[in-house]
Design a protein around this ligand. Structure first.
Ligand SMILES: C[S@@+](CC[C@H](N)C(=O)[O-])C[C@H]1O[C@@H](n2cnc3c(N)ncnc32)[C@H](O)[C@@H]1O
Length: 482
């Protein structure tokens, strides 16, 4: 019930231009921001159709509901997931359901369309159609082949592995593909809904946007290693990390929000994750020197961000961004990234956001590299079509237009091999310290020239008069196995 009340409040304020939906949702302090956000955005998109349905059925007069609450409830009843709250409202909506359904059907006949989404203004239709439904196979519970076989038995039609991005645009009905970049990721047409499917309910598949699968895939922690997921809830990336680690090793997951963490705990249980240790803790207060984390080699940092890459916000993106909010987020993100690099054995840190703003992306990475000369960027997925803004082309960006995903940014920092002026120590491969050796097939290290270009560009950005100068790591080298 609280969800609908909050959604109606925000919808009203947004329509009265009292603020952007995104800001209003964040300020609401509602526990499940994502759910609230999705409900408000979707209701707003269908606003004119909902008004038509409500007017033609005289729903306000019959129920004494206020218009914004009525819109939210009618949206969820007819187009969304069905009214979930119990009690009086559900009863009331069910009582009027057939009249409301008939009104919706009449509008479709009048406009000569068969699907709900065809009723949306054309700008929304385009956005909706270009992001396919991505399904990550949870290899802790099943295999890619088993999922494909299961789906084929349900008359889904498997088309093999995509070879070009455009293949994804041709998906329709029950056809599906394997993704062209990420293993264990299946791609279906945008309209495919798995929320009630057995494989989803049993935790065999995870519904996760492709861009959001990049951080764990790129971090690629060694089986048996110690890993931190710094801002983890609701845990899609945590379960992905656990799958890559084959549930071996230790996965420390932190989040400030107790409610999100409790949802996460349920989701991890469903996904069969066992190598994790959840803590309702501020990551910035986690002590890197604690003996508990002395073997941590990998950190995944996916901190709170503006969310401007989420497609549902596209109408918001055109609105001027609140610069102070972005600055506050960037300051927090940089503190988290700097903190992640303090763990004594950390070799790789993946930093990601679902923001399209360079303040939260390249600028955070740039400041961090300035402050931590012992780390450098890793050149990620050479074949990925969208790169970080110059000069941070080692990083990845994602967008609906170029990658058929939500807007996203990923950077990976790695510890530099120790070098001193005094000793000419051999460069060590950072990820082979014991345990099983792993091939990194999906990324290649940056050339020295590329690395140097970035450093020069950073120096020039922050100090235009600086000369091209390669920083040296002055810390005494730690002895490592060759
Ligand atoms: C973008 S979401 C993380 C999504 C998550 N990585 C996933 O894939 O499911 C950011 C999370 O950071 C948490 N958070 C914000 N500040 C934090 C802090 N100082 N320490 C730990 N978690 C924090 C928020 O509660 C939120 O759950």
């Amino acid at each position: 019930m609280a969800l609908y009340i909050k959604a109606a409040e925000i919808l009203e304020k947004a329509e009265l231009k009292k603020g952007a939906v995104k800001t209003l949702v964040y300020e609401s302090k509602f526990q499940n921001i994502k759910q609230l956000f999705a409900l408000v955005c979707e209701t707003q998109k269908y606003s004119s159709v909902l008004r038509e349905i409500i007017d033609s059925t005289k729903l306000l007069k019959e129920t004494k509901l206020r218009i914004h609450l009525a819109k939210v409830l009618v949206y969820d009843l007819l187009i969304g997931h069905g009214v979930k709250c119990g009690g009086a409202w559900k009863m009331m909506m069910l009582k009027h359901r057939s009249r409301l359904q008939a009104a919706l059907a009449r509008i479709k006949v009048k406009r000569k369309v068969s699907r709900n989404q065809d009723l949306l203004p054309s700008s929304f239709q385009q956005t909706q159609d270009v992001i396919p439904r991505y399904v990550r196979v949870n290899t802790l519970k099943t295999t890619l082949d088993d999922v494909i076989d299961y789906l084929k038995r349900e008359r889904f039609s498997y088309q093999g592995t995509a070879s070009r991005l455009e293949n994804l645009d041709c998906l329709s009905g029950k056809t599906f593909l394997c993704d062209l970049h990420l293993q264990d990721l299946l791609v279906f047409s945008a309209k495919t809904d798995f929320h009630n499917h057995f494989l989803y309910k049993a935790g065999h598949i995870i519904l996760q946007d492709k861009a959001s699968c990049l951080p764990a895939f790129l971090l690629n922690p060694r089986v048996g290693s110690n890993v931190i997921d710094a801002c983890a809830a609701p845990g899609n990336k945590t379960s992905h990390l656990a799958a890559i680690m084959k549930n071996k090793g230790k996965l420390f997951a932190f989040d400030l929000d107790a409610k999100r963490l409790s949802t996460m705990s349920t989701l991890l249980l469903r996904a069969g994750v066992t190598c994790h240790q959840l803590a309702n803790q501020d990551f910035l207060k986690v002590d890197p020197q604690s003996s508990e984390y002395k073997e941590v080699e990998y950190v995944l940092l996916d901190p709170s961000c503006s969310g401007s890459g989420m497609v549902c916000l596209r109408d918001e993106v055109s609105e001027p961004q609140d610069d102070r909010r972005l600055q506050a987020l960037a300051t927090f993100q940089l503190r988290c990234l700097n903190h992640a690099l303090q763990f004594p054995q950390v070799q790789r840190v993946v930093y990601s956001t679902c923001s399209i703003h360079s303040q939260e992306n390249e600028e955070v990475v740039s400041a961090c590299l300035q402050q931590n000369p012992g780390f450098r960027l890793v050149h990620l997925l050479p074949n990925w079509p969208e790169r970080g803004h110059e000069p941070f082309t080692q990083c990845l960006r994602a967008s609906t237009a170029k990658t058929r995903t939500h807007g996203f940014f990923v950077a990976m920092l790695e510890r530099r091999p120790w070098q001193t002026d005094e000793e000419n120590l051999p460069i060590v491969t950072t990820l082979q310290s014991g345990g099983e050796e792993k091939q990194d097939t999906h990324q290649s290290g940056p050339s020295d020239e590329e690395q140097e270009n970035t450093e020069t560009a950073i120096n020039q950005l922050t100090n235009p008069s600086s000369k091209k100068k390669r920083k040296r790591n002055r810390k005494p080298p730690k002895k490592q196995e060759p």
